[in-house]
Design a protein around this ligand. Sequence first.
Ligand SMILES: NC(=O)c1ccc[n+]([C@@H]2O[C@H](COP(=O)([O-])OP(=O)(O)OC[C@H]3O[C@@H](n4cnc5c(N)ncnc54)[C@H](OP(=O)(O)O)[C@@H]3O)[C@@H](O)[C@H]2O)c1
Length: 435
Amino acid sequence: MTDTLKIAIAGLGTVGTATIGLLQAEPTHGGSGRTIELVAVSARDKSRERGVDLSGAAWFDDPVAMAEAPGADVFVELIGGEGGVALAAVEAALASGKAVVTANKALLAAHGMRLAALAEENRAPLLFEAAVAGGIPAIRTVRDSLAGIPITAVLGIMNGTCNYILTEMERGGRSFADCLADAQRLGYAEADPTFDVDGFDTAHKLAILSSIAFTTQIDADAVRVEGIRSIEPADLEAAAELGFRIKLLGIATMTAEGVDQRVHPTMVPRGSALAETSGVTNAVSIRGPAFGELVLSGPGAGGSATASAVVSDLTDLARGLAPSPLGRPSASLMPFRKAEASGHLGAYYVRLPIADRPGAFAALATRMAAEGISLEQIVQKTPHRPDHLPPLEEQTVILVTYPTSSAALARALADIEADGTIVRAPHVIPIAQTL
Ligand SMILES: NC(=O)c1ccc[n+]([C@@H]2O[C@H](COP(=O)([O-])OP(=O)(O)OC[C@H]3O[C@@H](n4cnc5c(N)ncnc54)[C@H](OP(=O)(O)O)[C@@H]3O)[C@@H](O)[C@H]2O)c1
């Protein structure tokens, strides 16, 4: 091993410049005794001032050419995007035998299996701690600290944008649209927030973490995804009254039928670590019979937090550590087997706008009973209306079920809708299972 680990960084945006800043502040890493030296960089605009010293680094307009060029031991991909130049550059770097460090969850969720095989074929490490939950060492904990220890579930708050919006909606009783606009003003949400608020970003991170936790192949298409656009202040108010907070969780569980991967708004009991994780903070819970529950929380995004995860991967490489990308040889990972959604058992919160007429309440209870669904709580709410307006011809009924199958609940709700007992579609939010 030489005294210096030479790195080339593609992407000089939020994470790229923060990584360079961290490395320049602490050039000798982790007691490895080796210096991490920046030898080349690539971005689109060479003339842009980056706020970090790039004087010793060769400039490449083309990240693929930089990935192929001799001189660097490690190619650091901080461009982003599922395919395009990021994918081409990572493939080129691995094919030329360079180690790759990336923060790119979209790339790994889509191509992780192929890239892991390419890395192994070329004996080139592929590390991506920053790709899941930013500054939280979630990958390392599951891959290394808990290696060989059975894990039954990995779940958590893995998108700071959504957690910020839900926290603000709860605090101020404000709408999703208002809080999204705030998040955009503060730089927590993109101009096009789809990727975050519709749950896809969480799904990518979950698929990567789930593969390592359950030693299965990555299958991001097998994640059932629902985002937070449908959450209304009424749900957050009801959640508070019932002792819950609403969080967008990514949940992967090992079941007898296969792996169940889901992203959806979830009622989480107040006082639990996940419920108390507010604002842009992330939290990852790992569960297993031997150790119970382990919760890691911290900054899930932001330049310096994400850069700290990139630098931790570089430090592993400087120390000569090179774990298999997915914790074990990719050919030995089990094919992904998706658990059927209808088999999922859990408790549910259901908000039903019911027609204000005699017998509606009883009709609803009858349909639930017909599907064998027991109700833990039933709360009837009369919406406040100013005196000058006529009373609404509907009531809101909130149900909390005991654990039931999602299929039975779907059948009961379809019957309730067909009966004309409700005036609009019901709103269902699963309740988080405790250990
Ligand atoms: N930001 C976070 O908090 C965070 C957290 C976790 C993970 N990540 C991941 O980290 C990666 C980088 O994110 P970021 O926020 O740092 O992105 P960013 O600020 O948008 O920076 C992207 C960089 O890539 C460069 N780039 C884009 N297209 C290129 C091309 N064709 N050739 C060469 N360079 C190109 C851009 O160059 P110019 O500057 O010249 O335009 C820019 O420097 C992404 O995969 C993201 O998902 C980010």
